[in-house]
Design a binder for this molecule. Structure first.
Ligand code: PLP
Length: 371
């Protein structure tokens, strides 16, 4: 059992620390609906990210659906996005009655290829929804220029990028809105949870209503909202985890540095490039295998690790455009690079507390698969 390694492991504060944080809730009996922990945590996230507005949600996916809803795009409008992402990004677009238009990604950081976006814009395009995939920052300046030129909204799926900055600015501050996920598997979490950051005060106010049934007061309900509120126990976990985020990221950094040392320069193995100007949060460690060069393909490496009770993940395979729920609606061949990466990428185990011995063991198995 002790040799078993999962792809991730949720960070947790000390049990006593969390108990201290939730003690007040037994006294107040105020468990959800913008309670004391919620207000405190919201302010802390705002300060941490340097964001003008932060709206907390019960999870990242509903945060994304709610911000799309708040923008009131016409039904059937097109959203330019990436298929190289978690199911949530594409589902949020489709579940909102909009049409995803898939753009290919770049070979160095796997984010949306900004040079291909303009060619996909039609008179129906309403927004661009890029993903800071693996915590890699999208070409935020070029995307902003394009969006201004064509009067499009930009919503970032920033689920992977809590704590990431570009030229000193948090990814919370790019686009018309940025969504974070605080899911248990993310670098920073509130068990389940999420947030939308935006500059526009009116949008933030509207999000506050939409996540709470559209209610604006005891006798006023201006929006057809749902329920996507973060509760007090989630917020309390966020308060605890935020205290330790810096060391969490430092510990991940040392794991990633060890991986890089062991796996860089190996023929047929491509690691994600480090982005200039960006400070990463070390959210994932994706490795791309070229079968011809390396001597083994992604699935063989995955299998070899599995044999030793080590779980890696084909993150992201398949492309969302190839999901069976979208049968024949999209053509994954239209994003050839994303297709190739999805067929050859593996994210290796990464969490704070993964020992150097374990990283070395994983690397030995990986390199042992090569020729
Ligand atoms: C985790 C994730 C989401 C969804 O967040 P939840 O908090 O799990 O609902 C959305 N997009 C991406 C890219 C993610 O990784």
């Amino acid at each position: 059992m002790e040799n078993k390694i999962n792809v991730t492991r949720s960070s947790l504060p000390d049990f006593e620390e969390y108990c201290d944080e939730i003690k007040e809730l037994w006294e107040s009996r105020w468990l959800t609906n913008n309670g004391i922990k919620h207000r405190q945590f919201e302010q802390q996230v705002k300060d941490y990210l340097g964001a003008r507005n932060v709206t907390l949600f019960t999870n990242g996916h509903l945060a994304l659906e709610n911000v799309i809803e708040a923008m009131e795009f016409p039904v059937g409008a097109e959203v330019i996005t990436t298929p190289f992402t978690f199911a949530s990004t594409t589902h949020a677009i489709v579940r909102s009655g909009l049409k995803p238009v898939f753009c290919d990604i770049k070979p160095d950081d796997y984010t949306i290829d900004e040079s291909l976006i303009e060619g996909l814009i039609t008179e129906k395009t309403c927004a661009i929804l890029p993903v800071h995939v693996y915590g890699n920052v999208c070409a935020v300046e070029a995307i902003r220029t394009l969006a201004e030129k064509h009067a499009l909204k930009v919503i970032y799926d920033a689920a992977h990028s809590f704590g990431v900055t570009y030229n000193g600015v948090s990814t919370a501050n790019f686009g018309d809105a940025a969504m974070f996920s605080f899911h248990a598997t993310k670098v920073f979490h509130t068990i389940e949870g999420g947030a939308v950051c935006c500059h526009d005060d009116a949008l933030a106010r509207k999000l506050g209503y939409i996540k709470n049934f559209g209610i604006d007061g005891p006798e006023s309900t201006p929006y057809i909202g749902g329920n996507a509120k973060m509760n007090e126990f989630q917020a309390a976990m966020g308060i605890c985890n935020l205290r330790h985020l810096k060391e969490e990221i430092e510990m991940r950094k040392s794991v990633v540095e060890r991986y890089r040392l062991r796996l860089s320069g190996i023929k047929g193995i491509t690691l994600c490039g480090e982005q200039s100007g960006a400070v990463t949060n070390y959210a994932y460690f994706p490795v791309v295998f070229d079968r011809a060069e390396f001597g083994a393909d992604r699935d063989e490496v995955l299998h070899a690790l599995e044999q030793q009770d080590i779980k890696a993940r084909k993150y992201f395979y398949p492309l969302t455009s190839a999901f069976e729920c979208y049968h024949h609606m999209f053509n994954p061949e239209k994003t050839p690079l994303a297709l190739r990466i999805s067929q050859s990428v593996l994210t290796l185990p990464l969490y704070s507390g993964l020992s150097r011995t374990d990283v070395d063991r994983i690397c030995d198995i990986v390199t042992g698969c090569g020729k």
